[in-house]
Design a protein around this ligand. Structure first.
Ligand SMILES: *C/C=C(C)/C=C/C=C(C)/C=C/C1=C(C)CCCC1(C)C
Length: 218
């Protein structure tokens, strides 16, 4: 329900910001919309079968995580010209991370190797937004307001996103009973989504509003 409310908020607030920031806010709203919809499916699976709704969770992630990654590209594009390579590196890292994670969780691959491959996809994304071209463009060409939003967003990608591999580890790699660890896995993933989808969107909203007000003032 928080995801539904956040969706309404982001869409309505697009009216308040200048044209080049509208896309970023629309994407934030799409992320929470797609996730809310999948949570209804996930809840039904959980209630009906008592099992982890892995397939719906990953259908959600394969749509929403690339959209979250695009936000880095979009907020930089709102202020300067960004080469397409930045976009593609973020997408490739995301796909490696999610496809390997799915194969591990769904039983198509052993859980440990899948974990390692998935971690390396995530590491690649982190490298791009800190030390790679995306990080450099931010440091060199972005106004201060955008820089601080970019930095907060990438902190979320490190610490907020770390919750998922921890959940995977607790759910699959600790060797406790499957029943109790599945509950843990789902609680951890659910809480992580609140932070990484709603709070992430709110950061973008903050910079979109403040940058828009600046350009109106000028
Ligand atoms: C809105 C949903 C988000 C931001 C989901 C993010 C998911 C991850 C960062 C998942 C990462 C994983 C690893 C790094 C290793 C283990 C397998 C995953 C897929 C849980």
């Amino acid at each position: 329900m928080a995801l539904v409310a956040a969706t309404a908020f982001f869409f309505v607030e697009t009216q308040r910001v200048t044209a080049k920031w509208k896309t970023s806010l629309t994407v934030s709203g799409l992320v929470t919309l797609v996730a809310a919809w999948h949570y209804f499916y996930m809840r039904d699976v959980w209630v009906a079968t008592g099992t982890t709704p892995t397939v719906y969770r990953y259908i959600d992630w394969i749509i929403t995580v690339p959209l979250l990654m695009v936000e880095f590209y979009l907020i930089l594009s709102a202020i300067t010209k960004v080469p397409a390579g930045v976009f593609w590196r973020l997408m490739i890292g995301t796909l490696v991370m999610l496809v390997a994670g799915f194969m591990g969780e769904a039983g198509y691959m052993a859980v440990w190797p899948a974990f390692i491959v998935s971690l390396s996809g995530w590491a690649f994304i982190i490298w791009e937004i800190y030390a790679g071209q995306a990080g450099k463009i931010n440091a060199e060409s972005a106004p201060l307001g955008v820089q601080s939003a970019f930095k907060l967003m990438r902190t979320i990608v490190v610490f907020g996103w770390a919750i998922y591999p921890i959940g995977y580890f607790l759910g699959y790699l600790t060797g406790s009973g499957p029943e109790s660890s599945m509950k843990m896995l789902n609680i951890v993933y659910n809480l992580a989504d609140v932070l990484n989808k709603i709070a992430f969107g709110v950061i973008i909203w903050t910079v979109a509003v403040s940058e828009s007000e600046k350009s109106v003032a000028k």
